[in-house]
Design a protein around this ligand. Structure first.
Ligand SMILES: *Cc1c(COP(=O)(O)O)cnc(C)c1O
Length: 352
């Protein structure tokens, strides 16, 4: 071993879902919104002057912060923005999880939490979900260095009712609690309003799923001004120009068109509910998802075999080769036409 090698930070990285290069794949593997962003986004993009890119962007992203603060009816100093919620959550880990005590997150949840904890040398415990993939709030009634969980959970899609989210926060006033609401717009009730009641609550959301802007990388957090100030101090000690000019501008445009946003959500929820019925008929079972994906297992065919067969036919779903998850497929909700092709293939494949 070369001397410098012993000083390398060794990490097992997060593995993102595949972005296939093939022509016209049916992409049901990374929970993107199958519909385009609001028309105002397209218009503002067309009108953009590339000449302005010679300058640095606004390091405070004030136009985007203003749009978000108006939408959520909070003050601008209660909002933090970052390069996708991955960036927001990584900054929050760095800012808030510095205790000697372990942080807590469910054993089955967003797999990036473990990666950030390892990267930043934060100790953690992972209370197990029960056999139905439910979070037990009592598992979080103990001293800790912080708590994070997605709601709805990923990759299960299960929603923890807001009363139970509040119960966990109420039992934990001495550490920062992060609720990762990447999928809340697809049918859950957000914890944003609880941020006025609990100063240690940070609610994180993203433009990548419900707002059809995964490619722009925009995420945000809402919480008490003291939390927001602290995470901004860390962000400005690491990289002060995070969001680029187009993201600030186009993100703000997306937030302004609430009508379009609601319509696109309704379409996805309708397709999700229809997909649940069709999956059941085909012999699948799954937790009752409130997100834009379904986490399904088949009664007699292995998830891995189904995944491979779909993939050979340019239909991509997510498969996790890990204990507890390796006989499930996470199927993102696509357009009605994409789901039709997906089901047509499955019907033939499963009748073999
Ligand atoms: C997709 C996802 C994120 C990250 O999304 P960004 O694209 O980085 O905003 C965070 N948490 C969960 C649970 C997710 O599924």
């Amino acid at each position: 071993m070369r001397a410098w090698e012993k000083n390398i930070r060794r990490v097992a990285p997060y593995v993102p879902g595949e972005q296939p290069k093939s022509e016209k794949p049916i992409k049901l593997n990374t929970n993107e919104n199958p519909y385009p962003p609001a028309p105002g986004v397209k218009q503002a993009f067309k009108e953009m002057d590339a000449g302005q890119f010679r300058k640095y962007p606004d390091s405070t992203s004030s136009e985007l912060i203003k749009a978000l603060s108006e939408y959520y009816q909070v003050e601008e100093n209660e909002v933090f923005v970052g390069v996708g919620s991955d960036d927001v959550i990584a900054m929050a880990f760095m800012t808030f999880f510095n205790s000697e005590l372990p942080i807590l997150f469910p054993d089955v949840s967003y797999s990036f939490y473990k990666v950030w904890a390892d990267l930043l040398h934060i100790s953690y415990e992972t209370p197990a979900l029960d056999e139905n993939f439910c979070i037990h709030k009592e598992d979080y009634y103990k001293a800790n260095g912080g708590i994070i969980f997605p709601n709805p959970n990923a990759p299960t899609g299960l929603l923890l009712p807001l009363e139970e989210v509040e119960d966990i926060i109420a039992h934990n006033q001495d550490s920062v609690i992060i609720v990762d609401e990447a999928y809340i717009d697809f049918g859950g009730e957000s914890a944003v309003r609880l941020t006025r009641k609990y100063e240690n609550l940070l609610v994180v959301q993203t433009f990548s799923k419900s707002r059809s802007l995964a490619g722009l990388r925009i995420g945000y957090a809402i919480g008490h001004p003291d939390l927001i100030r602290a995470v901004n101090d860390v962000k400005n000690s690491y990289n002060s120009y995070t969001l680029n000019m187009p993201s600030i501008k186009l993100g703000a445009e997306a937030v302004k068109d609430e009508t379009y946003f609601k319509e696109s959500l309704e379409r996805i929820v309708k397709t999700r509910e229809e997909s649940k019925l069709r999956l059941k008929k085909l012999g699948f079972s799954f937790p009752d998802s409130m997100a834009n994906f379904i986490f399904a297992t088949h009664k007699d065919r292995s998830a891995k075999d189904i995944y491979k067969a779909l993939r050979e036919n340019h239909i991509y779903v997510r498969y996790f080769d890990q204990p507890r998850l390796d006989n499930h497929l996470r199927i993102s909700i696509g357009t009605d036409e994409e789901m039709k092709k997906f089901f047509e293939f499955l019907e033939v494949f499963l009748s073999d």
